[in-house]
Every structure is written in C-alpha cells, then in structure tokens.
Design a protein around this ligand. Structure first.
Ligand code: NAG
Ligand code: NAG
Ligand code: NAG
Ligand code: NAG
Ligand code: NAG
Ligand code: NAG
Ligand code: NAG
Ligand code: NAG
Length: 380
C-alpha cells in the first residue's frame, strides 16, 4: 500500500495525503461525494481513454477472429462415382520410389493385379501391401516392400462434395497409409488435403486430418468443429511439414474403426472453406445413404478449415484423389515415432516380416463426387 494516496490530487490541485480529512467538503479524501467536477471529469476521461486504448483493440481483434464464412447451403448432384469392379479404372498407378523416402516400391497396375495388391469386387475395392516376400526371397524386400499408390486421372476444382466409404483402415508397425487429395506435380502450390492418415497403428488411434499449403493459409480464427486442432499454420515449411492438423477423435483409425465396419469421410471443398465429417458406420446420415448428401444438416464438422485466413480458391486447385500405403519414410520411419509402439528399426521390420502386413490394407466402398449446382449458369 506504500504510495497509495500520494499523487492523489484535490479539487484545487493541491496534493493531499491519505490522512487529510478532505479539504472543502469535510468528507474523507476517498469519499466520492467529496470529489469535485474536475476530479469526476478526470476520472471519466481516464475511463474513456482506457476503454479506447485497451478494450477497443481487443474487441476489434476479437471481431476479426470471430469472423466466420457463410457456408450457405449448396445443392449437390452426383458427377462421378468410383465403384464396383471398375473402381481402379480411372486411377493412375504411381510407380517407383516414394517421394517421402518410404521403404516401399510402388508397383504399376499390372503388377498390382498380379500380386493382388489391388482387387475390386462389386462391393469393395482393396488396396494392400505385399505379404509374400522377405529380404531373401526372389524378388525380395531388401530395398522396400511392394505397395500401391493410386491417384485419380481426374483433377477437381472447388465447389465439390466428396463422399468416401472407407470400410477398413490399414494397420501395423511400419505403415503410413493415407487417403488424400493433391496436385502431385504442383505441390505445395496447389495444396494438399489429407482426409485419413496415421502411422504405425497397432491398436486404435485418432485419424489425423490436415491441409498443407504455401504461405498465407492459417487456421487462427473461429472454427466450428468437434476435432482437436494440432497446429494453426498450414504452411509446408513450418513444424516439419506437419500441416494444420486436426485429430478426429477416439476410434477414428485402426482396430475399433475397422471392427465397427469403418464409416464415411465426407469432404466439402468450396470457396468458403474446407470441411470434413467423419461418420462411423452406425452414424452415417440417411441423406448420404440415399445418395442425396446435404452437409447443411450434418451439424458441426469433424474438421473445419474456414477461408477466414486462407484463400481456398488460390491455395487448392487441380486436386486428384490419392490412396496409398507408404512404409517407414519421413513420418512412420522416424526412429522416435517408430519406437512409440514398435521395436527394432522400421526398415528391418518391413523387410523381414511379410506376415505382419496382413492387416495393412484399405478396403473401400464407393467414392462419390458431387458438384454444386452452378447457380450463375442456372440463373441465365
Ligand atoms: C449466406 O449466403 C446466402 C446465399 O448467398 C444468403 O442467402 C444468406 O443471407 C447469407 N447469410 C449470411 C448470414 O450472410
Ligand atoms: C485377392 O484378394 C481378394 C480380397 O482379399 C480375395 O478375395 C481374392 O481371393 C484374392 N485373389 C487371389 C487370386 O488371391
Ligand atoms: C534382392 O533383389 C535385388 C534386385 O531387386 C538384388 O540386387 C539383390 O541381390 C537381392 N538381395 C537378396 C538378398 O537376394
Ligand atoms: C524368406 O522367404 C523364403 C521364400 O519364401 C523362405 O524360404 C524363407 O524361409 C524366408 N526367410 C525368412 C527369414 O522368413
Ligand atoms: C500406441 O499404443 C498406445 C497404447 O500403448 C495406444 O494408446 C496408441 O493409440 C498406440 N498408437 C498407435 C498409433 O497405434
Ligand atoms: C515447402 O515448399 C517449398 C516450395 O514452396 C519447397 O521449396 C520446400 O522445400 C518445402 N518444404 C518442405 C519442408 O516440404
Ligand atoms: C490445372 O490443370 C490444368 C490442366 O492440366 C492446367 O491447364 C492448369 O494450368 C492447372 N491450373 C493450375 C492453377 O495449376
Ligand atoms: C458457372 O457458369 C458460368 C456461366 O456458364 C461460368 O462462367 C462459370 O465459370 C461457371 N462456374 C463454375 C464454378 O463452374
């Protein structure tokens, strides 16, 4: 309390002390009734200044962060379907070594078929890792295991709604499976959208959703989602290219997800933002099952990437649908990451344990792409 009362000025400007009993009014110095107009005016002015200096900037900042795009209802109609025995027909097979230093050989379509790494029936499409060779068989896995990476021939612009039926997610030490969209030849310029991704899954874990972009795309403003934000910056060169990730919640990848029959990932790509909903099999909305999806009635997304601090139109272009199962590589194979749930080194494990990859497979139902009706054209 030292100093309190010092520099407290009376109406006439003379200094008073806490012990003075109030000059003109006879009231104690601290009693507001004894304060004159100048003091009251001074206090009022101080309060106004404080409001302007402190409160207004906070409110302005809040308003900017509270800004939220208008996800007005769009009307979608089916434009593409990848399904049945022709599921793989409109995909290209990426071949050769993995761009992220994975311990894997991506095989062309003929070899994938011969090894039964891709297989489509009327109801399911399977994409798996080879389980037949080890490091001393012929051919061998000493420089990487056979796997598959497919990308849709068609590239998508925005104002689309994607519905992915995912019945089984790949599991096992060394695995790094992903279901995503990207323009492979213009990365990160044209953006990357990761719908399902996880590494070294030996039980049940959270699906990690993310975007990867060039500069000028962050998720620092208001979002409406049930998932947990991991990083706000989507810039590829921050956080070791982790992207602006979102954890989708318990049982969204791995054993529990698979045991429940998987579910549906829905992704709306539009100028207002990118939203993804992950539904377990038992909670798929009836409008999706009826092939008439309407995101406006699904409630908060699992992951919301609003356009508030990210121009979606310029950061995301020419997106192909990609599904792959990488092995080891810069994420799954990082020593400290692999060691979390697995033992030995990732490449030794992958080379020498073919049967450990029996559950390292994606099983998909149909992939559907719906396009928003072009209201500009419709009005003409
Ligand atoms: C959102 O956009 C729709 C369609 O353009 C419009 O009808 C609606 O009024 C907008 N809502 C808000 C809150 O701006
Ligand atoms: C290929 O895999 C499918 C799905 O697992 C299986 O039903 C089929 O029998 C396999 N084909 C061969 C030739 O092994
Ligand atoms: C594995 O296969 C490669 C050719 O892909 C060959 O050069 C190498 O000698 C083989 N290693 C073993 C242990 O057979
Ligand atoms: C590797 O595969 C070959 C051929 O299938 C088999 O004979 C051999 O026992 C396997 N080696 C190991 C270490 O599993
Ligand atoms: C690793 O194991 C722990 C339990 O020991 C589990 O909670 C976690 O989800 C596992 N991670 C993966 C990726 O499977
Ligand atoms: C990020 O992208 C830039 C090109 O925009 C590239 O030069 C750089 O190597 C990338 N960094 C990482 C960590 O991927
Ligand atoms: C998208 O792809 C088309 C066709 O390949 C190409 O003409 C166009 O320049 C690409 N757009 C961007 C922004 O990369
Ligand atoms: C919508 O239609 C108009 C007129 O035909 C066209 O100029 C515009 O590019 C279309 N927009 C999209 C997103 O397809």
């Amino acid at each position: 309390m030292a100093g309190f009362g010092k520099n407290q000025f009376s109406e006439d400007g003379s200094e008073r002390t806490p012990n003075s009993s109030g000059a003109s009014s006879g009231l104690p110095w601290w009693h507001p009734k004894g304060w004159g107009k100048k003091i009251l005016g001074g206090i009022a002015a101080t309060i106004v200044i404080l409001i302007v200096v402190i409160v207004v900037p906070v409110v302005v900042t809040r308003n900017k962060d509270n800004a939220y795009p208008n996800y007005s209802t769009l009307t979608y109609s089916l434009s593409e379907s990848y399904s049945g025995t022709s599921f793989f027909d409109e995909f290209d097979y990426f071949t050769g070594y993995d761009p992220t230093a994975g311990f894997v050989h991506y095989v062309p379509s003929e070899q994938a078929e011969a090894l039964n790494l891709t297989y489509a029936s009327s109801s399911s499409a399977i994409l798996r890792v080879d389980t037949s060779v080890n490091s001393s068989s012929v051919p061998n896995a000493s420089t990487g295991r056979f796997s598959v990476r497919i990308s849709s021939k068609k590239q998508y612009a925005n104002n689309q709604l994607f519905i992915f039926d995912v019945k089984h997610t790949p599991t096992g030490c060394g695995t790094w499976p992903a279901l995503w969209l990207v323009d492979q030849d213009h990365w990160p310029t044209n953006g990357e959208i990761d719908l399902m991704e996880a590494v070294n899954v030996v039980g049940s874990t959270e699906n990690q959703i993310a975007l990867h972009t060039t500069e000028g795309c962050t998720m620092s403003g208001q979002r409406k989602m049930t998932g947990t934000s991991l990083q706000a910056s989507c810039l590829n060169s921050t956080h070791g290219n982790a992207g602006c990730g979102v954890h989708a919640g318990p049982s969204t990848f791995g054993t529990d997800y698979n045991t429940g029959g998987g579910g549906v990932m829905a992704m709306e790509l539009r100028s207002a933002g990118i939203r993804m909903w992950q539904f377990a099999r038992s909670t798929i909305p009836s409008d999706i099952l009826a092939n008439a999806p309407d995101p406006s009635i699904w409630g908060d997304a699992t992951a919301d990437f609003p356009s508030t601090h990210c121009d979606i139109d310029t950061h995301f272009r020419n997106q192909s649908i990609v599904a792959n199962i990488n092995l080891c590589g810069s994420w799954a194979g990082a020593a400290e990451v692999f060691a979390e749930n697995c033992s030995g080194t990732c490449s030794d494990f992958v080379a020498d344990h073919p049967t450990a990859f029996a559950d390292a497979y994606w099983e998909f139902g149909a992939f559907q792409v719906y396009s928003a009706r072009n209201t500009t054209a419709a009005r003409r």
